[in-house]
Design a protein around this ligand. Structure first.
Ligand code: OGA
Ligand code: NI
Length: 377
């Protein structure tokens, strides 16, 4: 099946409507292999299939990142101990959330050994026998708690990404241990437990940075749901023609991202792509659309992407904090927080449920379009 996928070198290149290229069939053929992008690479592909080719991709000059700007790095050591230090950190968080929507944290309390173990566990999952992985292949995000697939938005996005992912709903109701792949079961439980603790601290800091009481966001159940997505970006033979992850903003309240040393993640800052350079032992934090909505644009969710590379694999783990489809809380209404509204800051968004928000975001897929516009009053 894999070899029947048209590669970029085929004669009808770019004739998207040509009779010999039926995109939907090609997507389905790829999906049916259940072997993901890793399966293509294992088959020795030297040209990437057409479904992965991004038209109008200008990864040349406009794709190269500004070298002299870096996203903020915030040291969380002592955050709960000293009042002075605490308010200094709140200030740094406020600045980062207003100006960047992205920052990195160090001394965050999760040991480096655990970060490394998580990356190793995810690598083991993706590099195990394809037949083992196939058992988890699934696209039913509404009902499944553990899913492995390639491109959650395969059938809606304009072009596919060079990436496979294992996704797990870890909170509020985690899967039974047997539901998780054995090769990374324990570490997923351990890592996500610590990620959730760190997220609690981050939501407290963000609440204070918004001028609210530390527990305000927690009390709105922003930290209740945790969706953990473990990405594997194989080395790509034609990295300039595709993307690891297309330009998008996250739909979560907050995302905590663990990335290995390979790099490739960039954020769109003042119309420039800026590299999020991996820091050993560090974690990346970014705000999602739901936080922008409840903060009434005080804090921004920022677009980002991952470049495909000819080195790899690259491994990353995104913990999305947001209510889950499966829980009763998915019908809870979220709108701009009253305390943040005034005559100068009139309400921008209507109230929505996370279920509606997520369904809308999923229907767009990753193509750089903001899901937020749809909720503007
Ligand atoms: C995401 C994402 C970045 C990465 O999963 O939403 O932006 O580095 N991931 O994998
Ligand atoms: Ni993202």
């Amino acid at each position: 099946m894999v070899t029947s996928l048209k590669s970029s070198g085929d004669s009808d290149t770019h004739a998207q409507t040509g009779s010999s290229y039926n995109r939907k069939d090609e997507l389905k053929a790829f999906d049916d292999t259940k072997a993901g992008v890793k399966g293509l690479v294992d088959a020795g592909l030297t040209k990437i299939p057409k479904i992965f080719i991004h038209d109008n991709l200008k990864l040349g000059k406009s794709g190269s990142a500004e070298s002299n700007v870096t996203i903020p790095v915030i040291d969380l050591a002592g955050v709960r101990k000293e009042a002075n230090l605490h308010s200094e950190i709140v200030n740094q968080v406020k600045n980062a959330c207003q100006k960047w929507g992205f920052f990195q944290v160090i001394n965050h309390g999760i040991p480096v050994s655990m970060l490394n173990k998580m990356i190793d566990g995810i690598r083991r999952f993706h590099e195990q026998d394809t037949e083992e992985k196939k058992k988890f292949y699934n696209r039913d995000y509404q009902t499944s708690k553990v899913l492995y697939n390639s491109n959650f938005d395969l059938y809606v996005a304009p072009a596919a990404n060079w990436r496979d992912s294992l996704s797990c709903v870890m909170a509020p109701n985690p899967p039974d241990p047997e539901e998780l792949p054995e090769v990374c079961r324990d570490i997923i439980f351990d890592y996500t437990r610590m990620a959730k603790e760190l997220a609690l601290t981050l939501f407290e800091l963000i609440a204070e940075a918004l001028g609210l009481s530390p527990n305000h966001l927690k009390d709105m159940s922003c930290v209740e749901g945790l969706f953990c997505v473990c990405h594997y970006y194989p080395a790509c033979p034609e990295p300039e023609s595709t993307m690891g992850t297309s330009n998008h903003a996250d739909s979560s309240f907050l995302t905590l991202l663990l990335q290995d040393h390979i790099g490739g993640l960039q954020i769109l800052h003042e119309n420039q792509w800026v590299d999020v350079t991996p820091i050993p032992g560090g974690l990346v934090v970014n705000l999602g659309d739901m936080l922008q909505l409840i903060s009434n644009d005080k804090f921004k969710s920022v677009n980002h992407r991952v470049l495909a590379k000819n080195v790899g694999p690259r491994i990353s783990v995104a913990c999305f904090f947001r209510p889950q489809f499966q829980t009763e809380n998915s019908s809870r209404l979220y709108g701009p927080i009253n305390e943040l509204l005034s005559e100068e800051n009139p309400v921008i968004y209507r109230e929505t449920t996370t279920k509606e928000f997520m369904t809308h975001s999923f229907s767009i897929g990753l193509d750089g379009t903001s899901a937020l516009d749809y909720f503007k009053l």
